[in-house]
Design a protein around this ligand. Sequence first.
Ligand code: GAR
Length: 205
Amino acid sequence: MPDHPRIGVLISGRGSNLEALIRATRDGRLAATIAVVISNVADAPGLEHARRAGIETMVVCHRGWPSRDAFDRELAAQLAARSVRLVCLAGFMRLVGPALLDAFPNAILNVHPSLLPAFPGVDAQRQALEYGVKVAGVTVHLVTPELDGGPIVLQRTVPVREDDSAEALAARILEEEHRAYPEAVSLVLAGGWRLDGRRFLRGQA
Ligand code: GAR
């Protein structure tokens, strides 16, 4: 796949969204090459999905740097060294700082398990259930300095059932994440979009 755009995936844990991206590159839904998977957690189970798929993996621990900025600069340098065009956060549980944002302007995506701007941050599915919403969902957005706050590329809804536990709702949302994330990555890589303020638009100006 020499002509496919190269993407980098950042993870911290399980890596099921990474797995969904790998699957999509294989079955033709996503015309991209995953150039590298970087985890900030050394024993993140998700690294194994990448290794099994023959994708280069790297651990860049967030601890031990002289500053937050130094960690972000290292991530940016590793991604740039592999000619990555788009960075996909897939359960990467660190705030992205200016050094990484500036290296990849409007080229970092995140998947979040709620209909943003509702329920940013951790444990979004439990927050939604406890709030009592009837519809939950998935958001894929461009990453900005604000936590879970960037322009929205794509959203999908998921019903909340009366007998839901936070775990059951999270599982139903996760299935939708696995469909939505590859689709959003593909859309962003295809180009032909623009930002009008916070709005991600695909039509002509
Ligand atoms: C996913 O549900 C993802 O949306 C969420 O972490 C989980 C990672 O699962 N991300 C966030 O909450 C980011 N704010 P995975 O490691 O199996 O992809």
